[in-house]
Every structure is written in C-alpha cells, then in structure tokens.
Ligand binder design. Structure first.
Ligand code: GDP
Length: 311
C-alpha cells in the first residue's frame, strides 16, 4: 500500500519537493509536451512516454516495470485518456518505491545513524540537515567526526555542530575512526542524547581500506550500543544518475545499507534515477536533499514523489 501523506508535514513541504523535482519534471514535460491534455491514447503515445521516462534516467528495467501495467490496461481498454494514464503511472512509481522495511526504533536511546557516501556526495550537509531536524524536534543530538582522513571534514562538521547546537566528538586528523566511534557511543550513552549521527570517510582512491574501515566502525557501534546502528544511510548524489548503483552495491555489501538519502535532487533532470536506484538495490529512500540550506531535507514519501514527478 502506498504511504499516506504524513499529517505532520510542515507547510511548504510539498512545494519544496515540487521545486526540487523541477528540472526532472521540466525534462519530462518537454518530451511529453501536450501529451497529457486531450490527446487520444494510442501505441505511439506509449512510445513517446517510454522515451521520456528513459530520458529522466529511470533506466530500461524500471521504465519497463512502470509501463507494463499501463500497457496492459491500455490493451484491454481499461484506460482511454492520457490523464488516466498519468495517474496510473504515478501510482505505479509510488508502488515501485515501496521497498524494504521501515526504520527501526531504538529499544532505548541513543538512536544511532551511520552515514556512508563518497566525498562530495552531500554527506556532511545531510548530517547537518538531519541534525537540525532532530534539534528542531527538541532532541539532543551528538555528532561524530568519523572522517579522520580529511582535516577539513572534521572542521566542517564542527562548524555545523556550532550552528545547529549539537556537540561534536572529534579526534585529530589521521586518528583511528573506530576510536572516534567508540568515544561517541560512550558519550552518547553517558549524556543520554536521543540521536547520535556518525560521519565516515568517503575517499574513492583507497576503496578496499575504506570498506574495511567502515566494517570496523560498524562492529564497534554494534558492540557499544545494543541494536545499533539503527540506520545505516548511504548518501547518493542525484546528479550522478544511474551511475551510483555500482558504488551503492559496494557499500551495501560491506556494511548493509538500510536506507538511502538522495542529495542534490534540485540540481538534476535525472530525478527518475531515484526510482531505478531504489528498485535495483531494493533499499528504501528515506530522505531527499532539495537544496543547500539546513531546511532543505525532506523525509521521502513515495506517493508524494510520484505525484510531484508527473504533476
Ligand atoms: P561530502 O563530501 O559528501 O560531505 O559533501 P558535502 O556535504 O560537503 O556537499 C558537497 C556539496 O554539495 C556542497 O557544496 C553542498 O552544499 C552541496 N549539497 C549537498 N546537498 C545538496 C542538495 O541537496 N542540493 C544542492 N543543490 N546542493 C547540495
């Protein structure tokens, strides 16, 4: 069943998602110019539609999965208007996005989230945005500067921590990230904070070492906080389109990703990739980033996304 619109959605929530998907929608619209109003539905229309979906980076498998029920309905003359077709497509996209289980709540705080992603994907910004959401909800938040490989990453997190009102556990550049994780788990438990958000390195050039490092961090978290990490979020750059799937698989194999964050959705016309990525990995999208400001993070709702894509 597609999810309902959350009753707690802040005002402007839908319009920001709508804005964030503007480039993707414009791309689709250009291809579908005039198609959705008063055009008779025929095989040629379906072909135009297929081409448009492919161009928004949905990929061949997902495009086929989206169009299959629409084609079937068309052939048995279950739908006759393009508007009805659009509604059917939106419903199908929402359905395809319903993958994986919902996030696990902690038995007792802290709720621990481990963040993964290659450098530049938008990981630090996402951590800051999410920390702000939790702070705004009145929760105590602790951040852990687990990317000890880059001094700038530690500093960036500390700057965000000051802005948002969240303490940051950090060691010197070059320190063992597992030690940062250990200290942050101890501190989060001792200080009884509700949320611990852990940053990790995302260097691409020493991948094997990175995956081993992440596994070790994951083990330390699991040992120090029962049931943790409650979420392992992989941050992906939407502007990279479908190319991120291989990268995501590697992270997933190493530590088991439980949710995706699609950052920079506002910067791409390839927003359809969100559907293809969730499909290929069978991992749910938890949040989308629709801008650089601290409030530009939206909890992901498949139905809203699908509606905003075709509206
Ligand atoms: P990290 O290396 O993965 O930690 O990446 P950063 O968090 O430093 O982000 C890299 C760049 O992407 C920065 O300039 C961010 O401001 C920008 N960025 C992150 N998320 C978004 C987003 O949702 N939309 C836009 N437009 N830019 C973003």
């Amino acid at each position: 069943m597609p999810a309902e619109v959350p009753p707690t959605a802040p005002s402007g929530f839908l319009s920001r998602l709508h804005d964030g998907l503007r480039k993707t929608r414009d791309g689709l619209r250009q291809k579908l110019e005039g198609l959705f109003v008063g055009v008779p539905l025929d095989e040629a229309t379906l072909e135009i539609l297929e081409e448009a979906l492919l161009s928004s980076d949905l990929g061949p498998a997902t495009t086929a999965a989206i169009l299959e029920p629409a084609r079937a309905a068309f052939r048995r003359q279950g739908i006759t208007t393009v508007e009805a077709m659009r509604d059917l497509l939106a419903e199908r996209v929402a359905e395809l996005l319903q993958v994986g289980p919902p996030p696990r709540p902690p038995l007792s705080p802290p709720h621990v989230t481990l963040f993964l992603g290659v450098n530049g994907s938008g990981k630090t910004t996402t951590i800051a945005k999410l920390a702000k959401r939790h702070r705004d909800a009145g929760e105590a938040v602790l951040l852990a500067a687990g990317d000890t490989f880059r001094a700038a990453a530690i500093e960036q997190l500390q700057i965000w921590g000051r802005r948002i009102g969240a303490d940051v556990i950090a060691h010197k550049p070059g320190a063992d990230p597992a030690a940062v994780v250990f200290d942050s788990c101890k501190a989060a438990t001792a200080r009884k904070v509700q949320r611990l958000l852990i940053d990790t390195a995302g260097r691409l050039h020493t991948r094997q070492n990175l995956m081993e490092e992440l596994k070790k961090m994951h083990r330390v978290i699991a040992r120090e906080v029962p049931g943790a990490p409650h979420e392992t979020l992989l941050v992906l750059d939407a502007t990279t389109g479908l190319n991120v799937i291989a990268q995501a698989r590697e992270f997933h194999q190493a530590v088991g990703v439980t949710g995706l964050v699609i950052a920079k959705l506002d910067g791409t016309a390839k927003g359809g990739a969100v559907v293809a990525i969730a499909q290929a990995l069978q991992i749910p999208v938890r949040y989308v980033g629709v801008g650089e400001a601290p409030d530009d993070l939206q909890p992901f709702d498949p139905r809203e996304f699908a509606t905003a894509l075709f509206s």
